[in-house]
Structures are given as structure tokens and as C-alpha cells.
Design a binder for this molecule. Structure first.
Ligand SMILES: [Zn+2]
Length: 113
């Protein structure tokens, strides 16, 4: 489980940003999670509820935006979301592909009061 460490890092970022902005209460946090990170939003949520106690983020709602894996074909530059276990280009059938996205993990937005 790496979610514990990730939740810790996210909370640290939230606290730093809140301090920077002079904010004392965060109400909503939007987190972008790519499918390739392997992080399970429910696990982050679980740790978050305990770890956010006595911080500016206590009681804030976590909203997750999950991004799928995106691949780019080396042959024809087509970008696509692969079907499970079918990592080849649907346009030209080439198996020569690069990972274009899906490793994202960042705080997109915070709402404060
Ligand atoms: Zn292609």
C-alpha cells in the first residue's frame, strides 16, 4: 500500500498552499489520479480521513478525477485509450506504442472558505 505515503504528501501540499494563501479552512480538494499510478482513490480517502484531523483540510471533501491510460502510436501518432490488454494501435494495428498519459497525480483545485 503506497496510498499512505501519497496521502501524506498530498496533505503536506494542501497545508503549504493553504498557508501561502492565508487560508484556514479547505472545503474541497480535487485530485487527478492516472490509471497507471495504481492508486486506489478509496484507499487515499480512507487514510485522508484519519490524517487530515487537526489540519486545515479536516472535513474537506476529496473529489477524484480518474484519468485513463493513453497511448500514442509510434507509427502513425494516433493517441488512444487502449482496451484492456490490447495495447496496439486501433488505427494501424502497430504494437509500437508509447505511453502518453495515465501517470498523473496532482491536486487540480482546492476550494476554501
Ligand atoms: Zn498507428
Amino acid at each position: 500500500m503506497h496510498e499512505y505515503g501519497i496521502t501524506e504528501s498530498l496533505l503536506r501540499i494542501i497545508e503549504d498552499k493553504a498557508k501561502e494563501a492565508g487560508v484556514t479552512r479547505v472545503t474541497t480538494i480535487r485530485v487527478v489520479v492516472g490509471a497507471l499510478t495504481g492508486f486506489v482513490p478509496d484507499c487515499i480517502q480512507f487514510y485522508y480521513e484519519t490524517m487530515s484531523k487537526n489540519t486545515v483540510a479536516e472535513g474537506a471533501t476529496l473529489e477524484f478525477e480518474e484519468l485513463p491510460v493513453r497511448l500514442r502510436c509510434r507509427a502513425c501518432s494516433h493517441v488512444f485509450v487502449p482496451a484492456e490488454r490490447e495495447w496496439y494501435c486501433p488505427a494501424c494495428q502497430s504494437p509500437e506504442i508509447d505511453i502518453e498519459g495515465g501517470r498523473e497525480l496532482y491536486i487540480k483545485e482546492m476550494e476554501v472558505s
